[in-house]
Design a protein around this ligand. Structure first.
Ligand SMILES: Nc1ncnc2c1ncn2[C@@H]1O[C@H](COP(=O)(O)OP(=O)(O)O)[C@@H](O)[C@H]1O
Ligand SMILES: Nc1ccn([C@@H]2O[C@H](COP(=O)(O)O)[C@@H](O)[C@H]2O)c(=O)n1
Ligand SMILES: [Mg+2]
Length: 489
């Protein structure tokens, strides 16, 4: 395995793998980092779609705000907004103010989490909200709230954001900024004395009394919820670049991916569009159809394999050096949905040497749905990751039947990766609603289904076109093979 695509790296991170790219590069960052000054974003009240919510947690002074600022600067996109947890600090009463040095600002109870949840709820539903502004000098909210408009991406940032499961559940992506304790303390001393004008003894007292303990008791234990851990915070420009690319993809991609985090559409290129153009063209020869369908299927298969768990592995190279890489899971199998799914078997075999491939036949009987009449699956399928193969996801009925059978055979839902070339939104909704942990990997999202429940624009009967059994091909002399490809006259 030579190089990794961004999504593979992020996927590796998402399944808890330590990818080397997330541990690279040094960059010195200086300058003003105030997230509060960032502009609010364009609203989406009309035609609102749920935003992509990114949670950024980590110890105090770990560099969370700096990382968020870098992400926003790189995105140069008005559709991103940052909401900080510190805006939701409870204001101190007069009595608490008298004993402010005994107040624990690092405890989860210091925050009005219900207010944060209600603000986020409104933003998620396309409504603008007033986010309180907190003053670190008076320890109270100030009267001028910050108006935040709904946005495509909301970055939620704060020390204890992963503590409450209700807040975690809002997030589509969780990032933990992991910076050494001594660096955090040094930065805190500088920030609290210079920026907040506090006395150094008070800063150190607060650190040893509350900050350190709270980090160990409440913040560090939430690191396990992170999809991505960024060592060294803003110094890790490689990790930040990867995150930015991922967000860009999400922003540019079909909104289905926001609704269904289990859906992965491979990043398009002109090569991919070109191959789709050929296989969707009704005039394409069987020979060309097979060639380009195979190329596309291989891309989808490779992408799907990127969702399998990896383990770190070191090898010795011929130069005697150590290469730290990964070892990927070998306990997997392919299951093709007969007949068109069989067209994906060659690509799978080409990628996974000696892989076991089983089959499922779903027989259509009358109007009352589908009936399963045949299956041939590996005996130990329950222990395997399953790559389910069917080039077209249309209504989702066949996929539901096939996945139900796999679950009956005790395959773990999260161990199923459904690979297809094109997906209709209806099918994605049906499969995702029923099996939210099944990953769907596809190369393009379709417009929808027509009255006959056929995918449009689609590519016709895939099996017939791939196996050369469609009448149109054999009776169209202009397109008998690619050498004679002259176009329709
Ligand atoms: N990589 C870095 N190099 C140097 N200083 C940094 C770096 N990251 C953050 N800082 C500084 O450290 C302080 C705390 O960073 P900040 O991003 O506000 O942390 P957090 O939001 O996690 O409390 C700030 O004064 C910031 O300018
Ligand atoms: N009045 C306050 C409120 C909070 N703090 C400290 O701020 C830290 C959290 O903010 P970060 O930007 O560092 O994440 C936290 O450690 C609190 O102790 C404070 O000092 N005074
Ligand atoms: Mg901050």
């Amino acid at each position: 395995m030579g190089s990794y695509s961004t999504s593979e790296v992020l996927n590796a991170a998402a399944v808890g793998v330590h990818h080397p790219a997330l541990r690279l590069n040094e960059l010195d960052l200086k300058g003003s980092m105030s997230v509060e000054e960032l502009p609010t974003t364009s609203g989406l009240e009309n035609g609102h779609q749920a935003p992509f919510v990114i949670g950024v947690a980590g110890g105090a002074s770990s560099g969370k705000s700096t990382v968020c600022k870098m992400i926003i600067d790189q995105l140069c996109d008005q559709r991103v907004v940052v909401v900080t947890q510190e805006s939701f600090y409870y204001g101190l009463s007069d009595e608490e103010m008298v004993h402010v040095h005994d107040y624990n600002f690092d405890h989860p109870d210091a925050f009005d989490t219900d207010l944060l949840l209600s603000c986020m709820e409104k933003l998620k539903h396309g409504k603008a909200v007033d986010i309180p502004s907190y003053d670190f000098k008076t320890h109270k909210s100030v009267s001028c709230a910050r108006k935040v408009n709904p946005s495509d991406v909301i970055i939620l940032e704060g020390i204890l954001l992963f503590h409450d499961s209700r807040v975690r559940d809002l997030m589509n992506m969780k990032i933990f900024v992991d910076t050494d304790a001594d660096v955090r303390l040094t930065r805190r001393i500088r920030r609290d004395t210079i920026e907040k004008g506090r006395d150094i003894i008070a800063v150190l007292d607060q650190y040893s009394k509350f900050v350190k303990t709270a980090f160990e008791d409440f913040i560090l234990p939430t690191k396990k919820y992170a999809d991505i851990i960024i060592p060294r915070g803003a110094d890790n420009s490689v990790a930040i670049d990867l995150i930015v690319q991922h967000i860009r993809t999400k922003l540019g991609q079909n909104d289905l991916c926001k609704i269904h985090p289990n859906l992965y559409v491979i990043q398009t290129t002109y090569q991919i569009r070109g191959m789709h153009t050929i296989i969707r063209d009704a005039a394409t020869t069987t020979h060309d159809f097979i060639f380009y369908a195979d190329r596309l299927i291989r891309l989808v298969v490779e992408h799907g394999l990127g969702h399998l768990p990896f383990r770190e592995k070191q090898v010795i190279t011929p130069t005697g050096s150590v290469y730290t890489g990964v070892d990927f899971s070998k306990s997997l199998c392919g299951i093709s949905v007969i007949r068109s799914g069989e067209s994906m078997e060659n690509a799978l075999r080409a990628c996974c040497k000696g892989i076991k491939i089983g089959k499922i036949l779903i027989h259509r009987e009358g109007d009352d749905g589908k009936q399963l009449i045949y299956h041939n699956l590996p005996k130990d399928i329950a222990k395997r990751h399953v790559l389910l193969l069917d080039p077209i996801l249309g209504t989702g009925n066949s996929a539901v039947q096939a996945i139900s059978l796999l679950l009956e055979k005790r395959v773990q839902e999260a161990n199923i990766i459904f690979l297809n070339l094109i997906s209709a939104p209806q099918g994605v909704h049906v499969v995702s609603k029923r099996f939210p942990r099944v990953k769907i990997v596809t190369s393009e999202i379709e417009l929808g289904l027509n009255d006959d429940f056929r995918v449009i624009p689609g590519m016709g009967e895939f099996g017939d076109r791939y196996f050369g059994t469609d009448d149109y091909q054999s009776s169209t002399p202009f397109f008998a093979d690619d050498k004679n490809r002259v176009g329709l006259l």
